[in-house]
Design a protein around this ligand. Structure first.
Ligand code: GLU
Length: 372
């Protein structure tokens, strides 16, 4: 099962506060982090894209600002996050550059993953970082996220990120080894090493084995599993305290795998084709129909007419006089801009709009052919 990790094409690794920060001293566990950097380098060398979702900003910052022990008030934890995040990012930057990896920090809020246009922006920034070989380093933007608009836990944030980047494996490293049939300290508790489906039984097990450590616990991990599996990614939970925790997963160490039944691409296309209500129609010529059937993106040149009311990122129906609905996809332009570039060559886009937009009206990753 360890090969599930080494064979994954795009891996999101969530690292919990309790692993990164020695809670008694409020300091980073540098040797541990260094070893994790080596694991990440090994995955990258094997051809996988890696994205890190790292907690620890508040745990570090509260010591830097000498805040009192116990539960922090919201402004205090926001201030702690502000101070801690710099130290956290610096530590990751150092550890990754030591193994020849560039990183880039992306701080996200709930709206960045929930509002489609913001989601598309964040997604393309992450793709661009990865295209240039960098490992994105992500945390919640705790300094601006107030209670109502917060994830509050990085398990679900990491799952959303995994779905956003079409990742095929989500790794949750924390101080929990995985899922047990009942709390591990109880007699008769059995470890579950593989979950095929999140059933009510599995949820009940998670409920009774929830821990109070961090803001995670098993309940948010199961929530994360639902998001990851729904997006076609496998998820694995492993205790990460020991050195080289990713290597340990790859070599058969103790962990719980949650298996996805489809792939990220299939899940995404199913979502586009079936779940989203098209808010516009793009009529295309016969040449464009042939091109789409060959698997290309939809360029503005093949468009005859655009109608409906849509914003960038909305779902539209792609139609042709003879064939009816040929495809559905997420359009890369607002309606007013799409109208202006319809029928134009990609190199004319800038002249038409006054800015350099994307070449494609609908990128092939965002396009699903209908009826075949
Ligand atoms: N974003 C928080 C931090 O960096 C951590 C949230 C969590 O532990 O899940 O401190």
């Amino acid at each position: 099962m360890g090969t599930r990790l080494s064979k994954a094409r795009r891996i999101v690794v969530k690292v919990g506060s309790a692993l990164l920060v020695d809670m008694a001293r409020g300091e980073l566990r540098s040797d541990w982090l260094k070893a994790l950097g080596e694991d990440i380098a090994e995955l990258k060398a094997g051809g996988s894209d890696v994205i890190i979702v790292s907690s620890g900003a508040i745990a570090l910052g509260r010591r830097i600002l000498k805040l009192p022990k116990g539960v922090l008030k919201l402004p205090e934890s926001q201030a702690a996050a502000a101070s801690g995040q710099i130290v956290l990012a610096q530590a990751w930057q150092q550890v990754l550059s030591d193994v020849g990896i560039t990183t880039g920090q992306v701080l996200l809020t709930l709206t960045d993953t929930e509002v489609r246009r913001r989601y598309l922006n964040a997604r393309s920034t992450l793709f661009t970082l990865m295209k240039h070989g960098a490992v994105p380093l992500i945390n919640e933007n705790d300094t601006v996220a107030t209670t109502e608009i917060r994830y509050g836990d990085n398990d679900r944030l990491a799952a959303r990120v995994c779905s956003m980047v079409s990742g095929d494996c989500l790794v949750l490293l924390s101080d929990v080894a995985g899922l047990y049939t009942k709390p591990p300290e109880k007699s008769g508790a059995e470890f579950i090493s593989e979950v095929e489906k999140i059933t009510p039984d599995i949820e009940a097990m998670a409920g009774i084995s929830a821990t109070d450590v961090g803001s995670g616990g098993m309940i948010t991990k199961i929530e994360a599993a639902k998001i990851a599996l729904g997006a076609g990614a496998n998820m694995v939970i492993a205790a990460g305290e020991g050195l080289n925790p990713l290597k340990s997963i790859m070599t058969g160490g103790k962990c719980t795998w949650f298996k996805a039944s489809s792939s990220p691409m299939i899940s995404r296309k199913r979502w586009i084709a079936g779940t989203l209500e098209p808010s516009g129609i793009v009529r295309i010529d016969d040449g464009a129909v042939k091109a789409l059937k060959r698997g290309t993106s939809l360029l503005p040149a093949g468009v005859i007419e655009v109608s409906g009311d849509f914003r960038r990122g909305d779902a539209v129906s792609v139609q042709n006089g003879a064939e009816g609905e040929v495809a559905r996809g997420l359009i890369a332009y607002d309606k007013s801009d799409a109208v202006r570039i319809a029928g134009k060559k990609s190199k004319e886009i800038e002249e038409q709009l006054g800015y350099r937009g994307r070449d494609e009206l609908i990128h092939r990753d965002d396009l699903v052919l209908m009826g075949n």
